[in-house]
Design a protein around this ligand. Sequence first.
Ligand code: CDP
Ligand code: MG
Length: 695
Amino acid sequence: MTQFWKPGTAKPRLLDDEEGGVLFYSATPSSSHSYGYASLENQRQRLPVFKYRTSILYLVETHSTTVIVGETGSGKTTQIPQYLKEAGWADGGHIIACTQPRRLAVQSVAARVAEEMGVKLGEEVGYTIRFEDVTNSDLTKIKFLTDGVLLREMMDDPLLSKYSVIMVDEAHERSLSTDILLGLLKKIQRRRPELRLIIASATIEAKSMAAFFQIRKRRPRLEGEDSGLRTEPAVLSVEGRGYNVQIFYVEEPVSDYLRATVSTVLSIHDKEPMGDILVFLTGQDDIDTAVQLITEEAQNSGKSSLGLIVLPLYSGLTRADQDLVFSPSPRGKRKVVISTNIAETSLTLEGIVYVVDSGFSKQRFYNPITDIENLVVAPISKASARQRAGRAGRIRPGKCYRLYTEDYFVNEMSSHGIPEMQRSNLVSSVIQLKALGIDNILGFDWPASPSSESMVRALEVLYSLGVLDDDAKLTSPVGFQVAELPLDPMISKMIIASDQLGCSEEIITVSAVLSVQSIWISVKGQRELDEAKLRFAAAEGDHVTFLNVYKGFLQSNKSSKWCHKNFINYHAMKKVLEVREQLRRIAQRLGLDLKSCENDTQVLRKAVTAGFFANACRLEPYSHNGMYKTVRSSQEVYIHPSSVLFRVNPKWVIYNSLVSTDRQYMRNVISIEPSWLREAAPHFYQQQPMNANRH
Ligand code: CDP
Ligand code: MG
């Protein structure tokens, strides 16, 4: 294997300017030695945020909004909610909320805080993520939740009246839900000045955040002002306690970052003193591949395989796998954690001394002109690169290996990322705002305004889905029903359509499958998985295939052995059962009839079309390589190799999502009849020449 990157030959460079060499404050070296043995209480008091406990409580007491900036690992997420509780903010039946953009982070920090407080998770400390509520309405005082879940809670409780303090964490990530949440919280605060907000973030975007919450001069007096509560935001910066991190760059650009990752990790393991390695890759696929390659190569190279523990970290891991990542490496062993962006700021791993940064992450991109949104492996920003490097300086001076050149970092990397709001399809957001009674969406106070094209596209799709009427108000009942379901509006619409078509049992199963990560186990040889898939493959496409898997799983009596034999992820299937039950309950509440269509796949596909008509594609006539074009905007797309329709290439298909690598690939594909499109969405397709041979 080619060594793309050679530590040791590349001149180590220690930068010391703001381009990011010495990223961290120097620290008192004594603190790390006994770290592993310190009691939890001791550990709590050593966190940088502890010194600010009194100031934080004072600011929260006296200000409606407090912006807190502090290095990752300084204790913001785990400590501040506890301080608030200790100070009485959860008395009188109130709850302290802390939001996170990521589900895995929610689960993990909640577990940690419960442990620190010595309580059972789900009682005094609980968490809620979509489809998983581990709280107790009588007992829970500190609640961790995703920002998306808090948005949903507003539908039932528009002023979020049960919360005394809401800490919006990881605000620097500028996730779509975080930004919408911030906009809405600002509104809520005008009606409920006693509600305290804490905006916590890892990087210095404090100014713009504070400016957003700055209430303009000319305004009616707020109730809170009379009580001495200050309405202008306070800003507090928590001084970090990291060690220096030495940065290495590759000399030449690497062409294959996966290979480069593998060789870098092995060479660190060979040459560098003990200390865990954290690798940043982009998603489950490349992480699983890297875990496999590193494990294999380490075994092949003999002695060095001893002492290497290679672990993945991405959302959708089971609890047990998460625990492995967080538990300290056994003596004499070196842990290699291969992670998505989640370890950049959301989660702190303790023993990391080396970081390998691929320079990429998976990001959502939406193009309003083509109306295409997909997940793209895209270069990270300088701000992210610095955060990643910083993970190496937690317990002692560390090293960060960047798989890109210094020239690239300095001259080409953008300094900050673009808020997700400005690179997302806004269909979900618009419907949520509408459901919350916000009619003037263009005039909404966004922390970062989305483009008007995206907004218009979203309104158009929602209109075609029958969710909005001519006055851009939610329709009754469809609009309200779609908003009520905690799913992508297209999936929700598919479920509602299935009611009339008499296939809601099946469509709810499909929706549950689409809501879990993947029901297939990624395996060594793709061939084995392909063969396993063939056992379930349906000519109509992936959705019907999912139903076959589900049936097989039920027939096996939900056996884990059966799953294993068929390369199906048992935990994912259990999750499917759970989600399915929840969706059935919601559907019943919405007054839908739960009916089965038995084996009528035509009505099933019609229901899919009713939700996903906007994603229709047509096989290019005379195409030799399976090229499709989207009906909407004539974009070139291909069926993803993981689909059962790969190489089958029916003439007309609908996809669930797109991923972009070398090409735009359609994931989860089903074949349809073109006439169904106009039936499902006459407005949307009125001008499309459905049957003409276009080139
Ligand atoms: O939020 P921030 O990045 O400022 O720090 P934090 O997440 O509150 O982490 C504070 C400390 O708790 C760190 O030392 C983490 O390693 C530790 N922690 C942990 O051991 N297990 C978790 N699941 C979460 C945090
Ligand atoms: Mg945090």
